[in-house]
Design a protein around this ligand. Structure first.
Ligand code: OGA
Ligand code: NI
Length: 308
């Protein structure tokens, strides 16, 4: 049935009747910039299985609870420690597990919800392709050959997924979903559910909200990219705040060096005018420093800065 504009104001229809539809070349092309190549349906399916996971009965998720960092599959809550106060728990629950673009990792994943393994296998393949593109674009952006960053992060990167669920919060002014932090790997590919804000990044000392853009990923540059690029690319400080009305879900895919990988500013970026800002270290050392600062506002990179 054809809608007139007067009817539209009182009664939002589910589809557009022909009188509202522009000729193809006049349409706004809203998705033109969202050219990451990962199908929208796949992103929606990934968010859906993760949502279902968080809707499982608590006893079922409890089998993954652990405080052991070395466990590959785990459910946990972030917290911060404050002097004289102690631990404050963040308003979120996190589920973390490995992913891999080509090898079969799905035997590590839950069997419930039943589609979890299959959906993640497909999502991981697509995200692997996206990581390759991102790493080569960043390499080229630094004037390096396209394989440079991938090579430096190593043959066998550490790959993990982190799904964060933030229940609606009675008082977002009193708590936080995730504390102010920097991701510690190379880059992070983050997918957020549409329609609920929560992610914020810090710029010039101010927190800016990153509204979810339908069909878009948020790409965070993380600590190792800052070090490898000798500070040309900055690792982004970010946090998640909670929402009073709606729960929120995000799904992060992380790409990190493994423990034996030696990280330091790439030699081609170093000259008289650009002396190295960081010393070389094994990623194991970086992780040790990371755990040493557990519960605090972490300043991990700073521990590897060269004094001048
Ligand atoms: C993370 C993260 C932010 C978000 O998982 O490291 O920063 O929007 N998530 O949930
Ligand atoms: Ni993060």
């Amino acid at each position: 049935m054809e809608m007139t504009p007067y009817q539209l104001a009182n009664n939002t229809p589910l589809t557009l009747s022909p009188n509202f539809i522009l000729p193809e070349e006049k349409r706004p092309n809203l998705s033109e910039i969202i050219n990451h190549g990962v199908p929208r349906e796949l992103c929606q399916k990934a968010l859906a299985v993760v949502t279902e996971f968080f809707q499982l009965p608590p006893e079922e998720r409890a089998q993954y609870l652990t405080k052991d960092h070395s466990k590959q599959v785990k459910v946990f809550n972030y917290y911060q420690k404050y002097e004289g106060i102690g631990k404050v728990t963040m308003w979120s629950e996190t589920f973390s597990h490995p992913w891999h673009p080509t090898e079969d990792f799905t035997h590590l994943l839950p069997t419930n919800p039943p589609q979890y393994r299959e959906v993640f296998a497909e999502y991981a393949r697509a995200i692997g392709v996206l990581f390759d593109r991102l790493l080569s674009l960043i390499s080229r952006g630094l004037g390096l050959d396209k394989d440079c960053l991938k090579r430096r992060i190593g043959e066998k990167p550490g790959l993990h997924t982190q799904a964060n669920y933030y229940p609606a919060c009675p008082d977002p002014e009193l708590t936080m979903g995730l504390p102010d932090h920097n991701d510690l790997g190379s880059i992070t590919v983050l997918l957020q559910v549409e329609g609920v804000t929560g992610l914020q990044v810090i710029k010039d000392g101010k927190w800016l909200t990153v509204d979810p853009v339908p069909d878009a990923f948020v790409i965070n540059l993380a600590d190792q990219t800052q070090v490898l690029s000798n500070g040309k690319f900055k690792s982004v400080g970010h946090r998640a705040v909670t929402n009073k009305l709606l729960p929120r879900l995000s799904l992060g895919m992380f790409y990190t060096p493994n423990n034996d990988t030696v990280i330091g500013p790439i030699e081609d970026l170093i000259d008289e005018e650009h002396p190295p800002k960081y010393r070389r270290y094994s990623f194991k050392e970086y992780m040790e420093e990371f755990y040493r600062q557990e519960g605090k506002k972490r300043r991990v990179k700073e521990a590897f800065e060269l004094q001048r």
